[in-house]
Ligand binder design. Sequence first.
Ligand code: DCP
Ligand code: CA
Length: 410
Amino acid sequence: MLNAQRRFIVHIDIDAFFAAVEVLLNPSLAGKPVIVGGLPHERGVASTCSYEARKFGVHAGMSLRNASKLCPHGIFIRGNYQVYQSFSDRFFRILHEYTPDVEDASLDEAYLDLTRCRPLYPSFSRTAREIKARAERETGLKVSVGVGPNKILAKLATKRAKPAGYFEIEPGCEEEFLRGLPIDALPGIGPKSQVILRMLNIQKIGDLWGLPRTTLHSIFGLGGDDIYLQSRGIDSRPVVTSGIPKSVSRETTFLQDLWDRRLLLAHLAYLCDRLTLALRQGHSYAHIIEVKARYSDFQTEIRRRLMITPRQEMGDIYKIAEELFLELYAGSRLALRLVGVKASDLTRARPLSLFEPYSEKYERLGAAVDRVREKYGFGSVLTVREKMLDAVYPFERNRGFVLKTASLTK
Ligand code: DCP
Ligand code: CA
């Protein structure tokens, strides 16, 4: 019966992520030692580096100065987080097509639990290989994939698979797989514990199996129990899908306080556009839309609307935001210094309404807009209203308008 309960966990991780993106964007870097994080003379550390640079001993977290000593001919790049984020988004979007049970362990690393999807996939192994192939084809980056019956074994399998490989721990092969690995492969064994274990002449995971749980417990306390379980490849942690955020908001302060209604609405439209992009990315719909305005005297006012039918579509959300804004702004004698829009009471449920037949039309439209933007940049699809901002803000092809509050153009 053990096999019936055996889970099929896939761990997937992009190789040399930031560096690989830089190589993809500038193919002349291929095969060269690339170090991302800053220029050689700058303070700070390397975020990562290509495998070619690793041969010189460079690694993530090393100071740029040391990295440039070890690898004087390395190509140093400051890096662009926003670009990496967009590759990460694309990566996760692909993974979510295979199962809802996706845990994002970091920007470039995920666990997938395919167990629930048995009816969809006659061969889990084939599916896991297909996920790898698709992620590589559609991001242009190399990934490594490890497969096992739980998270720890899947992650260790990925380590074995690197670079660019696939490694699956077959049922019954767990012991053989673990036996020869060094103890520092286990995430639960910190540097201090390693020193103690080495003094006991324990180098390999297999060497740990000779120690009774009570012994490990008496040396390391609760950590010892964990080492006992980890060394045997026992891990019952579920794959945890990231929770839906409580709300998403976008706001901006203006370069100068504003009176002009049309220009204020242009800002509002642009913020709604950014907001609905986030909703689509999070596969969420909002039950509450809220508009915030701050006057030149710093007084802040908020208007909100509850919708029984949750919304995600730009046109709908802008219309509501505009109504709320005009209500709020009507008769104001003061200029505004900030405007913002917030979506809350988020849900992943597909909206159903008694009065309007549910249609996927808007979702398809949103997805089409996203595809165009992915290719040609956020600014490639803007409404006439949003385009008014052209006169006010610098425009970047990928990011769209660069508003005053930079983080909000994310
Ligand atoms: N990162 C960072 N600072 C660190 C470690 C990592 O900014 N100290 C960033 C840069 C990496 C990305 O996170 O590209 C992913 O981290 P990984 O540990 O997965 O390392 P890489 O993807 O670079 O290499 P590997 O092939 O070993 O996974
Ligand atoms: Ca990685």
